[in-house]
Design a binder for this molecule. Structure first.
Ligand code: SAM
Length: 243
């Protein structure tokens, strides 16, 4: 399959994203390590370590996939806290749940299949909301950000970890080569699926860069919005608050 999203109507995007993640779910963790040379683990640890998560918090990890962020958060909310792993894709959630159970991690997790654009939670439900490498895949990002604002408690923090715009000029050709040559080949070789990784590279290029995403978060109602580039902007961590 070819996922050239430029040729695709908006209403078809949701279905295609579903197909992409169902087809990669089982190979997802291996592919992350291969594609990023393991660096995604460092980004994720930084993302959680610098969040305002506290013991006892109720946390939502949206587009949580196979649960990397949720597992890190779980360690920080302690026995009195809880983590909800929300994802639109049942296959990703199942892989995530099985991984947690394999590691003996059962208590304090909930798994909720949901669309970020329309969250099945009451207003002011969470102390912290995280979304890592997920917002890029959401069709109506503004709606998703507004929903996050709605279900966040006053004083709560939202954190977005996402691919962004590379800032170092020297690195751009290397990054382009990696995205458009190495990635689809790795996808073909290890997952038997070049199309999904072609989609990945395209979705990264189309995602709003740092300042644009910050403006979108402000428009959704978040206060004190800021971001920090990691690895020269390959990814950025965006933070906002509900006041
Ligand atoms: N957060 C995990 C991580 O960092 O490893 C998973 C990231 S994975 C690249 C993106 C996830 O977003 C997939 O599991 C996909 O099912 C989910 N997703 C895509 N669109 C979504 C939506 N509209 N609502 C909720 N989750 C969505």
């Amino acid at each position: 399959t070819h996922f050239g999203f430029r040729d695709v109507r908006v209403e078809d995007k949701q279905k295609l994203v579903g197909e992409v993640f169902s087809s990669v779910a089982r190979k997802y963790d291996l592919m992350n390590d291969l594609m990023s040379l393991g660096i995604h683990r460092v980004w994720k640890r930084y993302f959680v370590a610098t969040s305002q998560v506290r013991p006892g918090d109720r946390v939502l990890d949206l587009a949580g996939g196979t649960g990397d962020i949720a597992a890190l958060l779980r360690d920080r909310v302690g026995p009195s806290g809880s983590v909800v792993l929300g994802d639109i894709n049942g296959a990703m959630l199942r892989v995530g749940r099985d991984r947690m159970i394999d590691r003996g991690r059962v208590a304090g997790f909930e798994y909720v299949q949901c669309n970020a654009e329309k969250l099945p939670f009451p207003d002011a439900s969470f102390d912290l909301i995280t979304i890592a490498f997920g917002l890029r895949n959401v069709t109506d990002k503004d709606a998703a950000l507004r929903e996050m604002e709605r279900v966040l408690k006053v004083g709560g923090q939202v954190r977005v970890l996402e691919f962004s715009e590379v800032k170092a000029e020297w690195f751009k050709p290397v990054y382009d080569f990696h995205s458009f040559n190495v990635l689809p080949r790795l996808g073909q070789l290890f997952a038997g699926d070049a199309g999904s990784y072609q989609y990945l590279a395209e979705s990264i290029r189309k995602h709003p860069p740092q300042d644009e995403l910050r403006a979108m978060m402000e428009a959704a109602g978040f206060a004190r919005c800021s971001y920090k580039n990691l690895s020269t902007g390959i990814v950025a961590v965006h933070t906002g608050y509900k006041v």
